[in-house]
Design a protein around this ligand. Structure first.
Ligand code: MN
Ligand code: MN
Length: 468
């Protein structure tokens, strides 16, 4: 045997090398990944807000025979249940074959994404143009949200409690909306400013209307544009201006997700964070028949603003579900939690060759190298992290390797370059082993984010492996 091949063998045995799906998967499997992405792209177009995502999941769960769960309900092995938390956060549950004393398998993703929410009194007009004032939601780079087509999504609940769903800008022929930016010719002062200061939150005003209300062919002079906006909205939705006071309206990028690249291996669209993990984990749960462990998959709201509130991951709903299931099955909830495991399913930053300075190549997610597992997140000296244990990380490695999942371990970026957190810490603090896992994203939080179809599919395989 030559020295060279001996060394090859030794390095194969001793050295860790990240491999892409193109090195590890068959032609058939690669084709399967591309087919899988089509369903995801459709869902991304239909579920741009947490409410739309919840509604869409709810209808699938009902069609698949899941029934609504209420606290105190008796449950038994094989039951398929859902818990709808205010139409903005949903739990899908399958009671497993084994005793719940052995713990439950939790998967927690989020279905909210960064966007521009409307203020409670949004309308103003200036020099014949009517605007909506916004308050941005989540971490955005403000300049990215100007000069792109925007759509309005949300719900308006009138004072009598009746609600109307709003969706303008997505259907063929719909108008869209836009935030303007300065022409370069007159941007002498603007371009001198720091990027973070050149665009203000109060400046993110959306153009809504540019003509006044006409009364007998005569334009109404005083606040005529504002009146025109309300007249159009009243015709379409039956609302009056004060109904904005109890509305959840948001502007999101208009349009559909699309293939990116000549080879069509990437998907560009709004809200991959974190709907790519929500979709893949949801599909994994639906495709898992008679699991051993009880599965609780949750799709949370408010992650982008700190997981607060009744529909965020800090809400007691998850704990209450575990306690109530344990009570019905004659178990001690503390024992159940102690033996439970959780995948905190959220996206990770992909290494971007256009900006190599912010990531450390050996410890960053690379596109097409599979779903990314993060042993820890946080910032600076691992501040605000859920760092999982060596033992749980080993269990996850073993599970994924056994099931043929292509996966990679990744940090969010270079040390002291910034950082971020996920819902992981709000679950592990309940005495539940938790690890972060998700699809790597390029241009995260931009109106048009990019992911790999291969990584998306490997996330599905990883969640499926966890269900077994
Ligand atoms: Mn996220
Ligand atoms: Mn995010």
């Amino acid at each position: 045997m030559s020295t060279e091949s001996k060394n090859d063998r030794l390095s194969e045995k001793l050295l860790y090398k990240k491999k892409s799906v193109f090195e590890t998967k068959s032609r058939d499997e690669l084709d399967k990944m591309k087919r899988f992405a089509e369903g995801y792209k459709d869902w991304l177009n239909d579920a741009k807000t947490e409410r739309e995502a919840t509604a869409s999941m709810l209808s699938v769960l009902k069609a698949e025979g899941f029934r609504e769960y209420s606290f105190g309900d008796a449950v038994k092995s094989g039951d398929k249940l859902y818990f709808n938390n205010r139409g903005k956060n949903i739990f899908a549950i399958i009671i497993g074959e084994e005793s719940i004393d052995n713990g439950v398998r939790i998967c927690a993703s989020h279905i909210d994404s960064p966007r521009l929410d409307l203020k409670p009194c949004p309308i103003f007009e200036s020099e014949g143009i009517g605007y909506f004032k916004t308050h941005y939601y989540g971490g955005i780079k403000k300049y990215q949200w100007t000069t792109i087509p925007l759509a309005l999504h949300g719900v308006i609940t009138r004072v009598d409690g009746s609600s109307v769903d709003v969706n303008i800008g997505e259907d063929e022929g719909d108008p869209v909306f836009c935030i303007s930016d300065l022409l370069p010719h007159l941007a002498k002062d603007q371009v001198q400013k720091k990027l973070g200061e050149a665009f203000s939150g109060e400046g993110l005003n959306i153009m809504i209307c540019s003509s006044p209300y006409m009364e007998d062919n005569v334009p109404v002079k005083d606040e005529g544009v504002r009146l025109n906006i309300m007249s159009i909205l009243n015709d379409k939705y039956g609302i009056i201006e004060s109904d904005f006071l109890s509305a959840e309206l948001t502007a999101v990028p208009a349009g559909k997700s699309v293939d990116v690249g000549l080879d069509r291996w990437l998907i560009g669209g709004y809200g991959h964070d974190d709907r790519c993990c929500a979709y893949t984990s949801f599909r994994a749960l639906l495709d898992c028949s008679s699991p051993k462990h009880t599965l609780i998959f949750t799709f949370a709201d408010k992650e982008e603003v700190g997981s607060e509130g009744v529909t965020g991951m800090k809400c007691y709903a998850l704990l209450d579900i575990i306690e109530n299931l344990a009570a019905s099955l004659g178990s001690n909830p503390a024992v159940v939690r102690n033996n439970s495991m959780c995948l905190s399913a959220d996206v990770s930053a992909a290494h971007d060759p256009n900006y190599p300075e912010v990531t450390e190549k050996n410890n960053s997610a690379i596109l097409h190298c599979g779903v990314a597992v993060a042993k820890y997140t946080g910032s600076r000296g691992k501040s605000g992290t859920n760092e999982t244990t060596s033992e749980f990380a080993s269990y996850i490695r073993n599970t994924f390797d056994r099931e043929g999942v292509v996966w990679q371990m990744a940090e969010l970026g270079k040390v002291d370059q910034g950082g971020g957190g996920t819902v992981a810490m709000y679950i592990s603090e309940k005495n539940i082993d938790t690890i972060d896992i998700g699809v790597p994203v390029i241009s995260m939080h931009a109106p048009f984010e990019i992911i790999s179809k291969a990584d998306l599919y490997e996330a599905y395989l990883a969640f499926s492996a966890f269900c077994k």
